[in-house]
Design a protein around this ligand. Structure first.
Ligand SMILES: [Zn+2]
Length: 236
């Protein structure tokens, strides 16, 4: 079959579009859309990780405030005990006051070590929050870049776009070529395939060297057929 090389490209586009149209019915996801979906999910995960890190800091800050309030209460109780001890003369009262002073001091010591530990923890939690915020900023930046790339990418053709384009190509090519394409397509569901120099894009078989040489050596306006599946080959 003979066809002008520029029209061969159109015929291949028709065959490729028709195969896509009939195999999936729906446009495959563009790499830009896939990247945007990935960035959207990563951003959502990082937002939730950052919220969790912020909550941990907030909880620990409240814990420190609680400890500090307890500390103030214990210190004032100690001061009160000491004041009462200066005035008290009754041995039993003094004994009770000394006992309470001892217990309160001991509780204060426990509380102070709890406070020191809480300060260590909040330091680690704040570092963790800084890191989470940095990662969130990175994820936001990656999302913006993916969104911009998606917006800049050409729209993926819809089924209606493909039908329109197929009709357009059919009208622009000679009727006998279209008839030969349809006949071959009825036979092997491909019709016309790309030849990449080694294998047929219809059956994906790497052809023997002799067939490859014959296909490569055919005139530019010739559409050789795949010796395996019969598809007309457009050399790309
Ligand atoms: Zn083939």
């Amino acid at each position: 079959m003979k066809l002008d090389p520029q029209q061969q490209v159109l015929l291949l586009e028709l065959a490729t579009t028709q195969r896509l149209h009939e195999s999936s019915g729906k446009a495959p996801e563009s790499p830009e859309q896939a990247e945007l979906t990935k960035a959207t999910n990563a951003l959502a995960r990082q937002r939730s990780a950052t919220h969790a890190a912020q909550r941990a800091v907030d909880d620990m800050e409240r814990e420190i405030l609680r400890i500090q309030a307890d500390e103030a209460r214990l210190r004032s109780r100690i001061a009160d005990n000491k004041k009462q001890l200066m005035a008290a003369t009754d041995p039993s009262t003094r004994k009770d006051l000394n006992k309470d002073l001892y217990t309160t001091k001991s509780r204060l010591n426990d509380l102070l070590s709890e406070l020191a530990e809480a300060h260590n923890e909040i330091h680690a939690l704040r570092n963790n929050l800084d890191l989470a915020n940095q990662r969130l900023a990175d994820a936001e930046q990656a999302f913006d870049a993916a969104q911009a790339a998606k917006d800049a990418a050409p729209a993926v053709p819809t089924a209606a776009d493909r039908e329109h384009r197929m009709a357009e190509i059919r009208q622009s090519l000679p009727a006998d070529i279209i008839a030969a394409y349809d006949a071959q397509r009825n036979e092997n569901s491909v019709g016309v395939a790309a030849f990449n120099g080694r294998s047929c894009g219809g059956c994906f078989i790497i052809l023997p060297a002799g067939d490859i040489a014959a296909i490569r050596g055919a005139a530019a306006d010739e559409l050789p057929q795949c010796p395996d599946c019969g598809s007309y080959l457009v050399r790309t």
